[in-house]
Design a protein around this ligand. Structure first.
Ligand code: GDP
Length: 531
């Protein structure tokens, strides 16, 4: 096969999606079942051990263990029906929504898992909002249909009302809780009845056939059969219409019902999802749209994570490939740093283990060892084109603290640790004018990030921190005033960023008004253009 044809084939079979949910809705279980159906694992349950091990992978995060939340996000790849699928896991906790957003930047679509007994939950709303900002297609999997839950129509209504997105039920559940027997595929007008699956350990058997086939009356019993037909008629009249354009624009979510635990409905979801979602599309850059089929290899860093491997303290930069073919050992330009680097030990995450990757294509994510040269949003590309992909938006911090090292002798370690976390994008660092670097102001998007900061400085840099929480909730950039002329209101704090931009921390919007009242001509702006 010629190179170009090969690239086209590989790109077309790629699907890259992020999976989001409120904790416990079943994200991990569903991911595991995808791997089972993809043949990447032979028996479900093996990811249980991965779940137990998950803490080992990230055992630097004691908080994760204590609170049972997944702080880190990981990437998995598997094959199914000749598709090559990349799943990007996202942290379920809202305090890490900035991390979720970065992960979504690397994804081409999102899968939202909802617990049928809970409906849309608080974190679902927060994560959904982040998803919506990206404008990518969002697929919904309503999970735990094997348990008593809300009525399917009520769940659809919940999605529309709480999330403000139209929905289209791609399939309709037949029976519920212990009587959950299968789904009706509305697009193909087919019953899909499941059985077996050894409580979800193995692939479930499926009997499928046309709606008119009388055998389903026998299988389901007259009563359930009639009830489903009636519900379907009602749905046809009441629900939104199927519209592929709206789906691809993220304005309408296709909804699937199923049970990740028993595997019922997992395969129809996977098939339909792969069918509807698109392969990697062109990505925007300073040189316009870059086609994935462009032979110049390129990609961007969307995440930096330290200590993926607890046995040696390493740092991995996650690169989303956007165009061309990646081959191990390739030399690329680090555009922002104007530096040539060789990617000699790239890693990929297959099912459950890391392995060295020989080749990879647009849509794939590879992990690159980072000796401290990468920042979030960096572009790597093969040729000299100075290509830069769109910036990854930063979120304004909403929590602030004054921090210093308990032991002033540890100043060097303190600064090293802070710098590391700032580069990973988990904290933003400010200084008070005229104060030294011993005392810094830290801004975070989610308050848990302060705990992460404290924990990691202690464990990785042996620095005990003194953290003094500050009452501010907003940060603004100010312009059009000389530093020495500023009159600072009582309820705000003046600080400067690393590149000497003047910022103000405020407790509330009124305090921004006070600043403007006291300083004629001052211009107050958001710190990031995207906010
Ligand atoms: P995550 O926090 O979203 O990753 O959720 P998990 O996949 O860890 O699932 C949380 C709990 O729900 C676990 O005890 C699962 O066994 C259970 N669970 C997941 N899917 C289903 C399902 O389809 N039905 C039932 N009954 N339980 C499920």
């Amino acid at each position: 096969m010629s190179n170009n044809l090969n690239l086209t084939t590989e790109v077309n079979r790629r699907r890259t999606f992020a999976i989001i949910s409120h904790p416990d809705a079943g994200k991990t279980t569903l991911t595991e079942k995808f791997l089972l159906y993809g043949g990447a694992i032979r028996e479900a349950g093996s990811v249980k051990s991965r779940r137990a091990n998950k803490h080992a992978v990230s055992d630097w995060m004691e908080i994760e263990k204590q609170r049972g939340i997944s702080v880190t996000s990981s990437v998995l790849q598997f094959e199914y029906n000749n598709y090559c699928v990349n799943i990007l896991d996202t942290p379920g906790h809202q305090d890490f929504s900035e991390d979720t957003y970065r992960t979504l930047m690397a994804a081409d679509s999102a899968v939202m898992v909802i617990d049928s007994s809970k409906g849309v939950e608080a974190q679902t709303i927060k994560l959904f909002k982040v998803c919506k900002m990206r404008g990518i297609p969002i697929f919904t999997f309503i999970n735990k249909m094997d348990r008593h839950g809300k009525e399917p129509l009520e769940l659809l209504e919940d999605i529309e009302k709480a999330l403000g997105i139209q929905s289209y039920a791609m399939n309709w559940p037949i029976g519920n809780s212990k009587e959950f027997k299968g789904v009706f595929n509305r697009r193909e007008k087919q019953f899909e009845i499941f059985d077996g699956g050894n409580h979800g350990q193995a692939i479930a058997g499926t009997v499928s056939g046309d709606i008119s086939d009388n055998k389903f009356k026998d299988i389901l019993g007259d009563h359930l059969h009639a009830q489903v037909i009636e519900e379907l008629e009602l749905l046809d009249m009441a629900g939104d219409d199927y519209n592929i354009d709206s789906i691809l624009k993220g304005e309408l979510t296709p909804v699937f019902f199923g049970s990740a635990l028993t595997n019922f409905g997992v395969e129809p979801f996977l098939k339909s999802f792969l069918n509807i979602s698109t392969p990697p599309k062109p990505r925007h850059s300073n040189h316009g749209e870059i086609n994935p089929l462009d032979e110049n290899f390129s990609g961007f860093i969307f995440k930096i994570q330290a200590n993926m491997n607890p046995s040696h303290r390493d740092r991995i930069a996650f690169l989303r490939i956007c165009s061309g073919k990646f081959t191990k050992g390739i030399s690329v330009n680090h555009v922002q740093k104007n530096k040539k680097i060789k990617l000699s030990q790239p890693q990929q995450f297959m099912a459950q283990e890391f392995k060295t990757v020989e080749v990879a294509y647009p849509g794939d994510i590879i992990g690159i060892h980072d000796p401290g040269i990468f920042s979030i949003g960096d572009t790597l590309c093969e040729n000299q084109s100075k290509l830069i992909y769109d910036r990854i938006p930063q979120f304004s911090p909403e929590h602030f603290a004054k921090i210093s090292a308990k032991n002033s002798m540890k100043r060097k370690q303190f600064l090293k640790g802070i710098n590391q976390l700032a580069e990973e994008g988990s904290i933003q660092v400010f200084k008070r004018p005229f104060s030294g670097a011993e005392e810094l102001i830290i801004g975070v998007v989610g308050v848990l990030q302060l705990e992460v900061l404290e924990y990691r400085l202690k464990n990785e840099y042996s620095v005990d921190l003194i953290i003094q929480r500050l009452p501010y909730k907003l940060i603004k950039k100010i312009e059009n005033i000389r530093f020495e002329d500023i009159s600072t209101p009582m309820d705000s704090m003046l600080a400067i960023t690393e590149n000497d931009t003047i910022v103000f921390l405020h407790q509330n919007p009124w305090s921004v008004g006070h600043l403007e009242d006291r300083n004629t001509g001052i211009v107050v702006k958001e710190i990031f253009e995207s906010n």
